[in-house]
Design a protein around this ligand. Structure first.
Ligand code: ING
Length: 326
């Protein structure tokens, strides 16, 4: 019987960050969550998407350069250094989502940081929801296509030490990515064992309310869809997943929480219940990935890429041929 490979992880859910809240305040809140995590023996902490500021894509800036105040020109920086110091002090790795400015390029980015404070992996969000121009019909804008470029790093997986373990296969995605099975499968095809993702998801769908005739999406379904996406992604790729929310009311817009930790069977093993800063933890036995990976989801034995061409060849859906009765 192989030794179990236990990693104690935490989703460090954040309550609202108001537009006026300085980064130093958000960072101080996150350091307090890392201290709490350390007291619970946590070895890896997953913070949300865009964890340093309010979810600014809800605000319209005519001049993109005006939005630069929401971006990090360097990582670490003076404001974020306390997170890296805490990682070293507590011997804890962490995942952080933030708005990255790389020269003239802007991305919705996440990094994985080792307990040494070294950046182990970086990911730039590929699936950018919402729109690029101001939409007068929307009560709240969702301008990720305006402020961010599509990520250019693919969906990378790295094997790196974490906690007491010599090597864990870790990968990331961000928010809307979790709704796209392709993102999970690209990570699964690299033998990922732990997927980290942060999200900022409004409680009510600002989209549907504005598209005439769009079916109304009840708020309870918003959480169901979020959980369904993460549970399916974890199960179908035999991986653990930590999905961490920024939640609460920011600038009058409510984001839902319900952060979860999911095992390779698709079971929710921990769930947040509040609307503020909250730490949920779980012991993840990474050898649980072995069952799915060597049976139902043994990709080498069962996948048939020759039948999947449409997934690569097409972007949008086409209309099917019509049945003509004889
Ligand atoms: N937020 C939302 C998300 O994908 C969204 C946007 C919500 C799109 C609901 C579609 C339906 O969770 C981000 N930041 O991607």
């Amino acid at each position: 019987m192989p030794m179990s490979r236990i990693l104690t992880v935490a989703a460090a859910q954040l309550g609202p960050i108001q537009a006026a809240e300085p980064r130093t305040s958000a960072v101080a809140r996150m350091v307090r969550l890392m201290e709490r995590a350390h007291r619970r023996g946590v070895e890896l902490v997953v913070f949300p998407e865009l964890a340093l500021t309010t979810f600014f894509p809800r605000h319209y800036h005519e001049d993109i350069a005006e939005a630069d105040l929401w971006f990090e020109p360097s990582m670490p920086s003076i404001e974020t250094a306390p997170l890296f110091d805490a990682a070293r002090r507590f011997g804890i790795g962490f995942h952080l989502g933030y708005a990255e400015r790389a020269g003239t390029r802007r991305f919705n980015t996440a990094i994985l940081v080792a307990p040494s404070g070294e950046i182990v992996l970086k990911y730039r969000k590929v699936h950018l929801p919402g729109h690029a121009e101001f939409d007068p019909a929307r009560r709240v804008q969702h301008l990720e296509k305006r402020y961010f470029e599509v990520g250019d790093l693919g969906f990378p997986v790295i094997e790196a030490p974490m906690g007491t373990l010599d090597g864990i296969n870790m990968g990331m995605m961000i928010c809307n990515d979790r709704r796209w099975p392709e993102a999970w499968r690209v990570l699964g095809l690299q033998s990922v064992e732990l997927v980290m993702l942060g999200y900022n998801t409004p409680t009510t769908n600002q989209d549907a309310a504005t598209q005439a005739g769009a079916a109304f999406e009840a708020p309870h379904l918003r959480v169901f869809h979020s959980h369904l996406s993460v549970q399916a992604g974890a199960y179908q790729n035999a991986t653990f997943a930590v999905a961490t929310a920024k939640t609460g009311i920011e600038d009058g817009c409510e984001l839902f929480g319900h952060s979860i930790i999911v095992n390779p069977q698709g079971e929710i093993v921990a769930q947040a219940t509040g609307r503020g800063d909250e730490l949920i933890t779980a012991d993840c036995d990474l050898d649980q990935c072995r069952l799915g990976r060597t049976s139902i989801f043994d990709f080498a034995r069962h996948r048939r890429p020759e039948a999947y061409e449409r997934i690569i060849d097409q972007v949008g859906a086409i209309s099917p041929p019509r049945f003509i009765p004889r």
